[in-house]
Design a protein around this ligand. Structure first.
Ligand SMILES: NC(=O)c1ccc[n+]([C@@H]2O[C@H](COP(=O)([O-])OP(=O)(O)OC[C@H]3O[C@@H](n4cnc5c(N)ncnc54)[C@H](OP(=O)(O)O)[C@@H]3O)[C@@H](O)[C@H]2O)c1
Length: 395
């Protein structure tokens, strides 16, 4: 079995896990798997991580109802597309290399497009793909602002295609398990959450044109690292049934900018959910100039705590403490292992949604990306971080 739980007394228990919104049914085992044909836009660091995982045999993670095939790679240079296929797609000669992104959008052998360009290009790349009637999986942050996202969602609806932000953490088996415990009621209501994602990028040694530093590429901590602390707040608080889908009642943020280029180097923000049946607050932070710490996420409930180990974008273990008053009555640690690095679970979700004719995922649906981008807009507004004119294509 692909996933393993280890309880605190270190007795391994092997369990099968159903993945994705539709799960695996008996009927799926009797039919041929659905093949999703992917076109890859750009050949940077994250595109190679995604494709490497896409090519891991789904059976290694107990998935038999969908498979993935890379059919095209588009880059600003055809040499780069060819090199990418050689290095990350086992030199598969059947994959078409294009020296433009447009070639991928026009390729009839592509069903779904994965977009791995810098943030500020997501809007135009996704729009072009949607207009070509391709389903879209677009890297985080899905756009530079909420207005761009609303425009993309309208276009996806008009052209009848599936659209999803590639918030891969949301689809990992550990995350599904945390959600199950969180919503089971066994710990009571969530009250407070803290999450941080930091990395020492050594920004003083980077060129100012690097995407993390360049305001024209949406640089800074918030848009690059911020989605990860926020995804845990969205999972544990926004998605909690007691919240009844309410948007945050308050968002408060502060930014410390680097004098190098003026992008946010250190950003902290609080998100409060107190509109309906929940009264809970998340304290979130992201930094470009300090290393991360071991406990990435702590979620405190009325009757216990869930602590999720770093790295919070792809954690491999979490610990649940059950409390009576201040006394810990039980503690359980769960670990998860699988072949690959965790990017493939979101791809399985896309394949199932496309197969089932859905326009959005029930795990990371459009409403959640809209909540995310609305929060980022507000934190940037309070932090007075404006992108250069023309960067935001819709305002
Ligand atoms: N999910 C995750 O774990 C994760 C991790 C890191 C980053 N990301 C996200 O993925 C996106 C890309 O990040 P990355 O680290 O992969 O960046 P990267 O290594 O710089 O790659 C970006 C690619 O985009 C293409 N591109 C097109 N126009 C560009 C321009 N003006 N400047 C630079 N590149 C341009 C280039 O590919 P071609 O030359 O082939 O066209 C480039 O290789 C970002 O939005 C980031 O937030 C996600």
């Amino acid at each position: 079995m692909p996933y393993m739980w280890i309880s605190c007394n270190n007795q391994p228990q092997y369990i099968p896990v159903c993945i994705g919104s539709t799960g695996v049914t008996a009927a799926d085992y009797m039919t041929q798997p659905f093949i999703l044909r992917w076109g890859i836009i750009s050949t940077g660091r994250i595109a190679n991580c995604f494709v490497t995982d896409l090519l891991v045999d789904p059976k290694t993670r107990n998935v038999t109802d969908v498979v993935h095939k890379v059919t095209a790679v588009g880059s600003r240079s055809v040499q780069s597309a060819q090199k990418f296929i050689t290095e990350y797609a086992k030199g598969d000669q059947s994959i078409k290399a294009y020296g433009s992104y447009a070639g991928v959008y026009a390729d009839p052998n592509v069903n779904a497009v994965y977009i791995g360009t810098p943030h500020t290009l997501h809007y135009e790349n996704a729009l072009d793909a949607i207009k070509a009637k391709k389903h879209v999986l677009c890297e985080k942050p899905v756009t530079t602002n909420a207005a761009e996202l609303r425009s993309l969602l309208a276009a996806a609806k008009e052209h009848g295609v599936f659209f999803m932000e590639a918030l891969w953490t949301r689809f990992q088996p550990l995350t599904l398990e945390v959600k199950k415990i969180s919503e089971s009621g066994v710990l009571g209501a969530p009250l407070a959450l803290q999450a941080d994602l930091s990395d020492n990028f050594q920004i003083d040694k980077l060129p100012k044109t690097h995407r993390i530093l360049d305001p024209a590429l949406g640089g800074g901590a918030l848009l690059d690292l911020g989605p990860y602390p926020l995804i845990w707040a969205i999972l544990a608080l926004y998605e909690h049934p007691a919240n009844q889908g309410a948007a945050p009642s308050n968002v408060s943020g502060t930014m410390l900018k680097t004098p190098l280029t003026g992008v946010d180097r250190n950003t902290s923000f609080t998100v409060t959910f107190a509109e309906r049946g929940l009264a809970a607050q998340a304290i979130l932070s992201c930094n470009l100039n300090v290393h991360g710490h071991q406990t990435g996420v702590v979620i405190r409930y009325e009757k216990g705590t869930i602590a999720i180990a770093a790295p919070i974008y792809c954690p491999k273990s979490f610990t649940v403490q059950y409390l009576e008053g201040d006394k810990v009555t039980k503690e359980e640690t769960r670990r998860f292992e699988y072949v690959g690095n965790g990017w493939h679970f979101q791809a399985d979700e896309v394949a199932r949604c496309v197969r089932d004719g859905k326009s959005e995922s029930s795990l990371w649906g459009h409403d959640k990306s809209l909540v995310e981008m609305g929060i980022f807009d507000e934190v940037r507004r309070q932090g007075n971080y404006k992108f250069p004119p023309g960067v935001e294509k819709v305002v």
